[in-house]
Design a protein around this ligand. Structure first.
Ligand code: GAP
Length: 445
């Protein structure tokens, strides 16, 4: 299975999905850059999440609105949220010989690098420090946010009042978060800079359990609807002693990666932990006035907190297939293994490939380029004329392009092209004049 991860990492680099950050300097602290295909795919994931969250229901009650809060906030936010105390720390053990540091829960009794003796575990806070302004002293110190949701709590009242909302309602946000992870690992699975897709659902305390169940179901459905295989997804209730410091109840949505079952999203009942602590530390009354019951109280918060990078990796792993060569009639069987990335159409980074049948026929190339120009404003397209048609089909399968168009000699006579479906391998001829409409329809679901 480690082998499979190596293949996925290699595909990511070779085809422009993910590169190591600062690679020419030997890489940097487990940070990664998303390449031309990676950014398209990640944007597709974020859009699918955003649409699901903000378009499904409508305000004022029962709706979800969006927010984009600043990464830098007052350091008081992190005092109140509990992130500066032991609650947001991992146990760290250091090798006495080579000085390498490890997360104590992920390491054995001796150093996995050199076999040296380890120090007893001590707490290590994960917040990333920075300074605001020219003077680097404690008064100007703050933190890069470790979870995006704190920006939502900061704006709870602003959003409530400016949008005239009534609970239950939600606020959704996508953005970067930072954690000084001791042992970042497994490619983009655990990194120090990552993106979260978080939704905070504000509700009456008595309704929290019902909404927890509802959001857990909804979130599982989202992954399944986007093609994740049922057998690779599960929800695990987290026992009290392993829960995040703010969670009254917690379920982890886990994906079966090649390196084992691992969390990709957390569903948390945060109770009134955040709003009551921010009220206490700021002196602002953050209670909600319920017009129906004529009561003032802190709403409970049900949070769905997913990682865009972890979903990205889960979608990639789930879609990755190796098949015997010669899948298409145009591909001569060879000893090569063909890679097929069976990504959901919504997630696939490139939607359409435009492939002239042969390279050395100027009329064909001209027509293919015209078709590419026609489609480019409507779909993320790739034009490829290099190598045999079989090899080009293999290249587009490897990056999961749902539809490939072949421009052949019939095209010049009949003004139509062959549309090849990645999954069924079926080919049909479509008039150039109808191409945009037909592809739009095919890519709809
Ligand atoms: N606001 C709640 C919260 O942040 P979390 O379980 O600590 O909860 C939520 O994080 C999600 O953020 C995780 O399920 C994961 O998808 C993503 N995430 C957390 N730490 C990460 C890391 N170091 N690298 C990549 N993604 C991470």
């Amino acid at each position: 299975m480690a082998d499979l991860m190596e293949k996925i990492v290699s595909l990511c680099k070779r085809r422009g999905f993910v590169y190591q950050s600062s690679e020419i300097y030997g890489g940097f602290g487990s940070c990664y850059d998303f390449g031309p295909l990676g950014v398209e795919m990640k944007n597709n994931i974020k859009k699918a999440w955003w649409d699901e969250m903000t378009k499904k229901q409508s305000p004022p009650a029962g709706g979800i609105v969006g927010l984009d809060a600043a990464i830098l906030m007052s350091p008081k936010v992190w005092q109140a949220s509990g992130h500066l105390t032991a609650g947001f720390a991992d146990e760290l053990a250091e090798c006495k010989a080579c000085k390498k540091r490890f997360r104590a829960d992920l390491v054995g009794k001796t150093c996995s690098e050199c076999g040296g003796e380890l120090t007893p575990p001590r707490k290590f806070n994960l917040m990333m420090k920075t300074f605001v302004g020219p003077v680097e002293d404690e008064a100007n110190q703050t933190y890069l946010r470790a979870e995006t949701c704190q920006g939502i709590y900061m704006n709870f009242e602003n959003v409530l009042n400016s949008m005239r909302l009534k609970i239950p309602f939600g606020i959704a946000q996508i953005g970067k978060a930072f954690r000084n992870e001791i042992t970042p690992k497994d490619f983009i699975y655990r990194t120090r800079e990552f993106e979260q897709m978080e939704m905070q659902w504000f509700c009456r305390p008595k309704d929290a359990d019902i909404f927890f169940e509802r959001w857990q179901k909804e979130r599982l459905k989202w992954y399944l609807n986007l093609g994740i295989k049922k057998e690779n997804l599960r929800a695990i209730e987290v026992p009290k002693k392993e829960r995040a410091h703010y969670a009254k109840k917690q379920t982890d949505i886990e994906y079966r990666f090649p390196f084992g079952w691992q969390e990709i999203e957390g569903i948390h009942n945060r109770g009134d932990w955040d709003l009551s602590n921010h009220a206490k530390y700021s002196g602002e009354d953050l209670r909600y006035y319920d017009e129906e019951t004529k009561e003032k109280y802190f709403p409970y918060i049900i949070e769905t907190s997913g990682g865009a990078d972890r979903s990205f990796l889960a979608f990639l792993c789930d879609a990755y297939q190796e098949i015997p060569s010669g899948r298409t009639k145009t591909t001569k069987p060879t000893k090569e293994i063909e890679i097929l990335l069976k990504l959901h159409k919504k997630i696939a980074p490139v939607k359409v490939a435009v492939l002239p049948l042969v390279k050395n026929k100027p009329k064909l190339i001209k027509k293919a380029k015209e078709i590419y120009q026609l489609l480019k404003p409507n779909f993320v397209c790739q034009y490829d004329e290099l190598g045999s048609i079989g090899r080009r089909y293999r290249r587009v399968d490897e990056i999961g392009v749902p539809y490939s168009l072949t421009i052949d000699f019939e095209t010049l006579k009949q003004e139509d092209v062959t549309v090849r479906d990645r999954d069924t391998m079926k080919q049909e001829r479509v008039k150039i004049s109808e191409l945009i409409e037909v592809l739009e329809e095919k890519l709809k679901n």
